[in-house]
Design a protein around this ligand. Structure first.
Ligand code: ATP
Ligand code: MG
Length: 219
């Protein structure tokens, strides 16, 4: 692609960028701009052969899949929805940790609805995850795709339940929702383009090893 010899890393702004900085530092990589302050989408680093592209969190796997970035970082939630085609996922970085949960409005008897075999309306950004979760439980669902503010859906009668990420539970609580199922723990993973792993192995391997050592040191 456009960066034949160097390494391009796809990162999203916000928590993933912030929590990746120490890992980059462990690999001797320091970005030359702060994406929260700069409007640049391509950010240099102290290393002439390493650059960072700023992408939407959901898009990181796509950039890496097509080789527009050699590596990137994406949440397990995002990787499940993407499907993982064309990607290696060599390392759980144990950053941006939270959990995927089912939540309902306080007072809705979720267990009873499931027990009587009711068809449930589920609003979520995570269609794939939700589909697999309810299929495995044998619960019939109608899935409604949303792009944000999932917490609103049960409150206005759009859905019986939501599937969403929860960390502290503060947002659920503030909106009178309760968590009724913990689907899976979520953290972010390093993703690597499968072709780059071979053609740029000499450049990628030291970065991978530094990340791995840094993750182990904080565990
Ligand atoms: P945007 O906020 O731009 O709509 P997004 O929500 O996908 O996009 P982030 O909020 O930066 O992007 O989240 C990136 C990743 O961080 C998610 O894919 C998930 O793995 C993780 N994450 C999301 N919410 C939390 C949270 N509350 N606590 C910890 N990790 C989280
Ligand atoms: Mg977000």
């Amino acid at each position: 692609m456009s960066n034949q010899t160097g390494i391009t890393l796809a990162l999203s702004k916000g928590r993933i960028f912030e929590e990746t900085l120490p890992l980059l530092a462990a690999a001797g990589i320091v970005p030359t701009d702060d994406p929260e302050k700069s409007r640049k989408l391509i950010i240099g680093t102290n290393r002439p052969d390493v650059r960072i592209v700023i992408v939407r969190a959901t898009d990181a796997p796509t950039y890496v899949q097509y080789g527009a970035a050699d590596m990137g970082i994406a949440g397990k939630d995002v990787l499940i929805e993407h499907g993982g085609a064309g990607l290696y996922q060599p390392l759980d970085l144990k950053i941006a940790c939270c959990r995927m949960s089912v939540a309902v409005q306080a007072g809705f008897d979720y267990a009873a609805a499931v027990k009587r075999g009711a068809r449930l309306r589920i609003a979520t950004k995570y269609i794939q995850t939700a589909r697999e979760h309810f299929a495995a439980k044998g619960v019939h669902v109608d899935l409604i795709k949303l792009y944000g503010s999932m917490e609103l859906a049960p409150l206005v009668g759009l859905a019986d339940a939501i599937v969403d990420l929860v960390s502290t539970g503060g947002t659920l609580k503030a909106n009178n929702l309760v968590e009724v199922e913990d689907i899976m723990p979520i953290s972010s993973r390093l993703i690597v383009n499968q072709a780059s792993m071979k053609t740029k192995h000499a450049q990628l391997q030291p970065i991978l090893e530094a990340f791995e050592a840094a993750v182990e040191a904080t565990a």
